[in-house]
Design a protein around this ligand. Structure first.
Ligand code: ADP
Length: 654
């Protein structure tokens, strides 16, 4: 059965597989969402940029318009004021007198008047030009660069005045080489123009000229003559025609300054008076909002420049903020959705786990019940087996005892049989001795007594054998000499062995290369042939093995028994071979079973080998049986050997 329930094995796996299968619909949906978000982000950024840009430009435009209007009106009012001054000069009697009667006193008076008026009105220079173009009086009459004596016939403002018009002209001074604005007024005498009164103004000081927000004033031809940026001065905002260029040159308007085009590119027009322009040749040149104002008289154009870097920056910052905000919101939403999905997944997982856990618990309980039942059964079985084992052990002990008694009975019968003959002889000898003594035949009587002594000694030997079957189990570390045990056993079985060829040999594996086989002298108790087993029990085992061998060779024409004692490193092996019929294949596995016997009724109990095997095990050894290669059986008794130095083994050399 599967460790998982049907839900997990079938439908459960199907659900998991469905969850993990890459579905093209999901991928497409995600792609669409991402694309839609990207498009929304782009649109939001574009809209923000546009709004911020328009707002910024609108604000800047308003501010620039205010500034442009203020500057234009300030310039206009300044020019108007000085226009009044030129009129006042032209109508002053000192001026008309000096022009009409250029006597030294009247010229001096005119000079002082001009000087005084110049000082009070803060004009740059005021001066009077005669009808032929010569300057006769000037506010700077007493200075080294005095205009007095200079000819101004070619100057446009003089020519305008002489035509009865107000002359207005911006140009670089021919004497001072200082640029200025010239306003001229015709001087009348009796309705006739006799000269011109001129006011020169230096407009460089003009307020509102600030390098951060540049201001340009261009003349009617587009030549910039006033600029807060020195490099832009004497450059044109539009290309000059050839005629205009020649006139500028001829009138010394800009003192032969090279007049080139100002590198100003209009990027976008925001109406008639406002444009976004770039100054400089490079694409990265500064960008400005240019506000144009026209001063009708004179026909100048004023351009105020407001840098739009701040508008760019504000629009960029606003766009970045909106973009960042949008992305943050998207990420937050994504995070929130992912988290919600994970939570849902966790809850589902926990539910599955709980279900699996409950099922597992159920199964464990079932199994535990099965196990408890099996355990109880096992315990019953164990106790039954223990009981059977103890019963078996008791039966076994009893059998051992029975076997001993049976063997004792056999032994008693044998001994009785053995003792009967010497007893009868003893009786005969004692009767005979009494007769001999009565006769006085001392020497014959002594011989008889010696024969009696020999008989009693033999009888003593026979009764000694009884001790073999008496005695209790000895501790496991009791020791017994194998030659002595063999000697006793062979003595006991002496009578039965008379018709059998018995050979006892020693095989010493430690003696050199290969094993050496020599006849074993049983009269010497060699210390190297001592094993861990008590002597009586060892003799009991050997008597059984040799007894069985004798039984096996009983019907054989040339009966032979060979006993090999083989010494190995830690063990000693006694093998009893015979040339009997051997052991049948059916009997071989059952030899050591109690009561297994092939002998006829009354001949054997089938306990000998079982007891011998049990004794051997008790002594820490083993007993096995096999058939010999040339027929007959071989019983191999292996016992633990008591280790002694090799020289004490006493193995005779081959
Ligand atoms: P028992 O001698 O009373 O039958 P054992 O336990 O000594 O009981 O022997 C069991 C059986 O083992 C014997 O009946 C015999 O068949 C077989 N057996 C023992 N020794 C030999 C031997 N040397 N050769 C052939 N068979 C043997």
């Amino acid at each position: 059965m599967s460790p998982l329930g049907p839900a997990e094995t079938g439908a459960g796996y199907a659900t998991i597989a469905a969850c993990h299968r890459p579905e093209s619909a999901t991928v497409t949906r995600r792609l669409i969402v991402v694309l839609a978000l990207a498009a929304t982000l782009a649109a939001a950024c574009a809209l923000t940029w546009r709004i911020a840009w328009q707002h910024g430009i609108g604000t800047l435009r308003q501010q620039a318009a205010v500034r442009a209007d203020r500057t234009a009106s300030a310039l206009k009012s300044t020019l108007d004021r000085y226009e009044s001054l030129s009129y006042l000069l032209a109508t002053h009697p000192f001026v008309t007198d000096a022009l009409e009667h250029p006597a030294p006193e009247s010229l001096a008076r005119a000079n002082r008047y001009l000087e005084d008026a110049n000082r009070h009105t803060h004009a740059t220079v005021t001066y009077v030009i005669r009808a032929d173009g010569l300057c006769i009086a000037a506010s700077n009459w007493d200075r080294g660069d005095s205009f007095v004596g200079s000819a101004y016939r070619f100057r446009p403002y003089f020519m305008d005045a002489m035509k009865g018009e107000v002359g207005r002209f911006f140009g670089i001074g021919t004497v001072s080489h200082v640029p200025g604005y010239f306003i001229s007024e015709p001087v009348y005498r009796d309705g006739k123009i006799i000269g011109a009164a001129v006011v020169k103004l230096n407009l460089e000081w003009f307020p509102g000229i600030d390098a951060s927000e540049p201001l340009l004033v261009a003349d009617e031809h587009g030549v910039v003559f006033l600029s807060s940026v020195p490099q832009w001065k004497y450059r044109t905002v539009r290309p000059l025609s050839q005629a205009v260029a020649t006139s500028i040159d001829e009138t010394w308007q800009y003192a032969r300054q090279p007049i080139t085009l100002l590198p100003m590119t209009t990027l976008r027009s925001l109406g008639a008076d406002a444009q976004i322009v770039r100054l400089g040749d490079g694409r990265l040149g500064p960008y400005y909002l240019a506000m144009r104002r026209s001063l009708s008289v004179p026909a100048w154009q004023q351009i105020t420049m407001a840098p739009i870097t701040s508008v760019f920056e504000d629009a960029r910052n606003a766009t970045a903020a909106v973009g960042f905000g949008f992305v943050s919101v998207c990420l937050l939403v994504f995070y929130w959705r992912t988290r919600r999905a994970r939570l849902r997944e966790m809850i589902r997982g926990r539910e599955l786990l709980q279900r699996a856990y409950a099922e597992l618990n159920l199964r464990v309980e079932e199994r535990t019940a099965d196990l408890s039942e099996a355990n109880a059964r096992l315990q019953t079985e164990v106790s039954e087996r223990t009981r059977a084992e103890s019963e078996l052990r008791a039966a076994h002990d009893e059998l051992v005892q029975t076997s001993k008694l049976a063997a004792l009975g056999q032994m008693a019968a044998g001994i009785t049989h053995e003792l009967n003959q010497p007893l009868a002889a003893l009786r005969a000898f004692s009767d005979n001795t009494r007769v001999l003594l009565e006769r006085g035949d001392q020497s014959s009587a002594r011989e008889n007594l010696e024969a009696i002594a020999a008989l009693t000694e033999r009888m003593g030997k026979i009764t000694n054998q009884l001790k073999l079957f008496v005695g209790r189990a000895q501790p496991r570390n009791a020791r017994a000499g194998v030659p002595r045990a063999l000697r006793n056993v062979l003595n006991v079985l002496q009578k039965r062995l008379q018709t059998v060829a018995v050979e006892v040999s020693l095989l010493d594996a430690d003696a050199g290369v290969g094993a050496v086989r020599v006849p074993l002298d049983l009269s010497a108790d060699l210390p190297g042939l001592t094993v861990y087993c008590d002597d009586l029990r060892l003799e009991q085992v050997l008597i059984n093995l040799i007894g069985n061998a004798l039984d096996a060779v009983a019907m054989v024409p040339e009966p032979r028994i060979a006993i090999d004692v083989e010494v190995a490193d830690a063990s000693l092996v006694v093998t009893v071979h015979d040339n009997g019929l051997g052991i049948s294949a059916e009997a071989l596995p059952r030899l050591f079973e109690p009561f297994f016997t092939t002998k006829e009724m009354g001949q054997g109990l089938g306990l000998g080998l079982a007891i011998a095997s049990s004794i051997t095990r008790d002594c820490g050894g083993s007993l096995s049986a096999r058939n010999g290669p040339q027929g007959g059986a071989a019983f191999v008794l292996t016992l633990r050997r008591v280790r002694v130095p090799a020289m004490q083994l006493g193995t005779p050399s081959a």
